[in-house]
Design a protein around this ligand. Structure first.
Ligand code: HEM
Length: 431
């Protein structure tokens, strides 16, 4: 059993289980309609997506991400989505695998003993995204600066998203001032990267593509330089935080399930073997990654706001109402996923279940519809490479028994730093 101590995602799941497919949750100041039914999730995210925009919570997130892809709408969103989509298609992502593998090998070579897993996976994912997607070789000073600023920024946003009244929207609270300083430090690094990319020959990387797209912005009062910063900070954050937290959950689940860890080692390509065919094939490691994303979807809730009145099943939804589709609650429904709290990679032995048909969205770690995560392929390749490297080098074990407490804020992560014990494997150790 992957233990959970009471947290927000579990509370949402219990409310959904007790009250059915749509329920109005009367949180003071922020009432919302919780959707935990796969067919209604499909309605909101896919079939009637034009009626659903990002919800008010995204205005808080907007204070960090500006008009980046996550927080924009309409023409501004369409322009950025269309410009950046080619960077993350299958072939370009497979071409990024070599750069990802280099970073993964360098980072994991420094692991061993008691590993502060959150810090280690964050650094790995940040460096990997910078190198593979942006063609930026971030140095230690930049990485530390970004990590500190992002962590301060996310802490501030988490606190605002969780508070019944958003005081920081109106008052210069100490938290807001700290946030402004963190944002300024982050921006200084990103503007430096943008300026360096503008001086080099353009390539197929995301930074080059964004620079090109900034020369033909839609007429919405956007400044090219600020737009570039907004897109870059959005991709950088979305592109590393979720991957780091997924990798942490995968390692935790493998540490606590030695049989699954042994099976996941079977068939891993060895030194000198080509990685391409293995990356393209469905393997026991893919099943581990998907089962971890089912149990701990980093984006555990998807917030939307209804543009016009709508019917959600038997429920009348008024215009302006906030809707929360909960991948976490859907992924842990016993009628869809028997013994939903158990870690069973075998569920995904034949690949992930097809989505979008009559049964709706039963598995949606990357959302669905026009807002589907554009980085899903990159994330899955990166996770596979990182887990291969760890499993080849180390036996992974927990440092203490018992469940790991979860915290469901912007992403679903362990409440405290997760320490795991990594013991070096001898060259001849069996798979
Ligand atoms: C395991 C890792 C990841 C998970 C679980 C994940 C999950 C998601 C989800 C659920 C959404 C949709 C949010 C919504 O509908 O409200 C999303 C959007 C997004 N993701 Fe990811 N993501 C991951 C990795 C990445 C990576 C590697 C990138 C880098 C390219 C990325 C970039 C984005 C962006 C830019 C959006 C906004 C898309 C839009 O609104 O059009 N994500 N992600």
């Amino acid at each position: 059993m992957s233990g959970l101590i009471g947290d927000r995602a579990e509370t949402i799941r219990r409310i959904a289980a007790a009250h059915g497919p749509v329920v109005r949750v009367p949180v003071p100041g922020k009432p919302f309609h919780l959707v935990s039914c796969p067919r209604l999730a499909r309605h909101v995210l896919l079939t009637n997506n034009k009626n659903y925009r990002k919800s008010f919570d995204w205005k808080i997130v907007h204070s960090l991400l500006g008009d980046g892809l996550v927080t924009s709408h309409d023409e501004v969103w369409r322009h950025a989505r269309a410009a950046t989509a080619p960077v993350f298609r299958q072939e370009p992502v497979l071409r990024m695998a070599a750069a990802l593998q280099d970073v993964v090998a360098e980072e994991v070579a420094g692991w061993g003993g008691v590993l502060p897993t959150g810090a280690a996976t964050t650094r790995l994912a940040l460096r990997a995204f910078a190198r593979a997607a942006l063609d930026v070789d971030a140095d230690r000073v930049d990485l530390d600066e970004i990590t500190r600023a992002v962590s301060a920024g996310l802490r501030h946003l988490d606190a605002r998203l969780g508070a019944p009244v958003d005081l920081a929207a109106r008052l210069p609270t100490p938290g807001r001032l700290r946030f402004a300083r963190a944002r300024a430090r982050l921006d200084a690094v990103l503007y430096r990267w943008i300026d360096a990319a503008a001086r080099r020959a353009p390539g197929p990387d995301l930074l080059s593509v964004l620079l090109q797209a900034s020369r033909a912005l839609p007429d919405a009062g956007l400044t090219p330089r600020v737009w570039l910063r907004d897109q870059l900070v959005t991709f950088l954050l979305a592109g590393h935080e979720t991957v780091a937290v997924s990798l942490t959950w995968c390692l935790h689940l493998l540490a606590t399930h030695p049989d699954a860890q042994r099976r996941a080692r079977e068939g891993l390509p060895g030194d000198g073997e080509a990685l391409g065919p293995w990356l393209g094939a469905w393997t026991p490691l893919d099943a581990v990654i998907h089962e971890a994303l089912r149990l701990f979807p980093p984006v555990w809730s998807l917030g939307r706001e209804a543009v016009a009145d709508d019917r959600l099943g038997d429920f009348h939804l008024p215009a302006g109402a906030t809707v929360m589709v909960s991948p976490y609650a859907i992924h842990r429904r016993a009628d869809l996923w028997p013994e939903p709290d158990a870690f069973r990679p075998e569920r995904f032995a034949a690949g992930p279940p097809a989505q979008g048909g009559a049964e709706g969205l039963t598995y949606l770690p990357f959302s669905a519809g026009p807002r589907l995560c554009p980085g899903d392929r990159l994330a899955l390749v990166e996770l596979k490479l990182a887990l291969r490297e760890v499993l080849r080098r180390f036996e992974v074990a927990p440092t203490r028994p018992g469940p790991v407490a979860c915290e469901a804020l912007i992403s679903l992560r362990p409440r405290r730093e997760l320490e795991l014990r990594l013991t070096a494997r001898a060259a001849g150790d069996p798979a």
